[in-house]
Design a protein around this ligand. Structure first.
Ligand code: SAH
Ligand code: SF4
Length: 403
């Protein structure tokens, strides 16, 4: 049986027979409202209700007359995915499993820091790619998320974190400068990382549309410098992403030779290291003050030697780079082990001595399977037969990608 790696351009814009307003550009929203006889200027009001105030129904839109709200309720929806499960880690990391209108599920993770927090957003149900250390890569069913489904993860996380302006005012009634509702110190969702399930550059159109919506300064207003897109190396789209979105770029490098990278990041067979690094050299907007992050998962005895570290530094010469060392996060059935702590530290020191920042990413949310690479809609323990089935699936997925 072939695997389902179908790619949909858009999922149904109709939900329960109503048009979903989430995920439309301001131009598309304006046209949708005008088609229903509403005046053009109303679109900005509705936009602000949805994306600035976080309205979840039309009744909340108090600047619109009741008959208009009723009409909107009849024809439109501002649909949120259903929360199937919501878990909180001992370290404060939260993970939501969101069910989309067609029943498919994706995971979204919030990683809080002292004065900010990042939301790790998914771009696909599963992933068409099969990086050998990644749980998402073993998921059978794959489809792209549409722009609405990507934006909705941010809106639903804000709902859950109680982060809309009205709630912020209640949390901070002083109204003192710097503590107003524009950017209060209590904000927990300040950054977005496209590092959840899926390869964002294999769903570029929808990801791009969604990011423009969340960047819009009259709405969610998370700016491009607070957004990072991580790719396993879809070379032809890296330049376009930089030119059009100008977000921070992260590259999942993980190996310093094509021989190894071909094995653990099979997309390398299509776009080898040299081409990938050239795309990084050419990335618009990369500079010493805005470095490209190279992610490097530490796999015991596989890619973690001192000579790997020295080769890494040689490869990155001339690229404004920082290197993020990621301790491997295990998942049921994974074939790797995480490098020992002293090995990771030594690797980091070698890289650091050559002038590259090399922070070790603290695993967050491991206890709820929310750490990097652990996301998969249905987690399971594997028998040997199931492991063999997954190996077969991976071979099929690689073949479907021409890898
Ligand atoms: N598909 C994109 C973004 C999602 S993965 C990409 O591959 O870049 C986010 C990061 O987690 C990537 O660097 C990925 O390689 C890394 N990762 C995947 N599985 C991991 C695991 N089991 N342990 C640690 N990091 C992992
Ligand atoms: Fe897909 Fe990224 Fe996982 Fe590779 S690491 S399988 S590209 S989600």
């Amino acid at each position: 049986m072939g695997i389902e790696t179908h790619t949909i351009a858009q999922s149904a814009p109709q939900i329960d027979g109503k048009r979903n307003l989430i995920g439309l550009t301001l131009g598309e929203l304006t046209a949708a409202l005008e088609d229903r006889g509403m005046e053009k200027f109303r679109a900005k009001q509705v936009w602000s209700w949805i994306y600035h105030h976080g309205a979840r129904d039309f009744a909340a839109m108090s600047t619109l007359a009741k008959p208009i709200r009723d009409m909107m309720d009849e024809h439109f929806t501002i649909h949120r995915p259903t929360v199937t499960s919501h878990q909180k880690s001992a370290d404060g990391t939260q993970k939501w499993l969101f069910k989309m209108a067609d029943g498919q599920e994706v995971e979204t993770v919030h990683i809080p820091e002292e004065d900010r927090g990042a939301l790790c957003v998914s771009s696909q149900v599963g992933c068409t790619l099969t990086c050998r250390f990644c749980h998402t890569g073993t998921q059978r069913l794959v489809r792209n998320l549409d722009a609405a489904e990507i934006v909705s993860q941010v809106l639903a996380a804000r709902d859950s974190l109680n982060e809309w302006p009205q709630a912020q005012k209640t949390k901070n009634p002083t109204g003192k400068p710097g503590q107003g509702d524009n950017n209060p110190p209590t904000r927990q969702l300040t950054n977005i990382v496209m590092m959840g399930m899926g390869e964002p550059l294999y769903n570029y159109e929808n990801v791009s549309k969604a990011l423009r919506i969340v960047m819009n300064s009259d709405g969610v207003a998370i700016g491009k410098r607070r957004i990072t897109l991580s790719t396993s190396g879809v070379v032809p789209l890296i330049g376009r992403c930089g030119a059009e979105l100008d977000v921070n770029l992260a590259i999942s490098l993980h190996a310093v030779t094509d021989e190894l990278r071909d094995q653990i990041v099979p997309l390398n067979r299509k776009y080898p290291i040299k081409e990938l690094l050239q795309a990084c050299r050419d990335y618009p907007g990369a500079s010493n003050s805005r470095r490209i992050t190279f992610e490097y998962v530490m796999l015991k005895g596989v890619n973690d030697s001192a000579s790997d570290a020295r080769q890494l530094v040689r490869l990155l010469r001339g690229i404004p780079a920082k290197i993020n060392l990621i301790p491997f996060n295990a998942w049921p059935g994974s074939a790797f082990e995480c490098s020992d702590w002293d090995v990771i530290q030594k690797f980091g020191e070698i890289v650091n001595m050559e002038g590259y920042a090399s922070p070790i990413r603290q695993p967050r949310g491991r206890d709820i399977m929310a750490a990097c690479g652990q996301l998969k809609s249905a987690s399971l323990k594997l028998s040997a037969a199931e492991r063999a089935e997954i190996d077969k699936l991976i071979a099929e997925k690689d073949a479907a990608q021409g890898l």
